[in-house]
Design a protein. Sequence first.
Length: 186
Amino acid sequence: MALAARRDARMSVAEYQVWVESRPDEERWELLDGEPVLMSLPQHRHPRLVYNLLRRVGDLADARGCEALPGLAILSEAMDDFAPIPAIVVRCGPPLPSGYARDPVLIAEVLSPSTMANDRGRKVDFYLTVPSLRTFLIVDQNETRIEVWQRDRDWEMQVFGPADRIALPELGGDLAVSDIYARVVF
């Protein structure tokens, strides 16, 4: 279960960056609505889905000179009290000087029971403010289902199932939903 650190005032990203540096290495925190939230340890399906995403999306990213990475926090000029850490971030810019990215083209979140409300709620609202973002995937770990938010001019959301393929024009290819769920047992 994700736990929030109790504070009287909301943190800005700059305050959070200083605060999180003092936390032990084994703790993983993200900032949501100015509140540091401790990320829970994932269950077996979660890391398997992240691994499958990294392999499949990573191949597409590599072919474009981009990279798919886990563990990067996302920043947006529109909201200075968020620094969420999605499962996968794809970016095409030069190496980052820190673990914070402002230029993702694709983000994937793998739903966990303890984070589902945030992943489908306030994180979606935040991610849709990131100007460089073109595709946002919400991968369900309890069924073969991926919600795909994509932006051409405006954001549109579609749901994909086991037999579907997801077009990723920013990476010049597509992604089979069945590949993401390879070796995942329900």
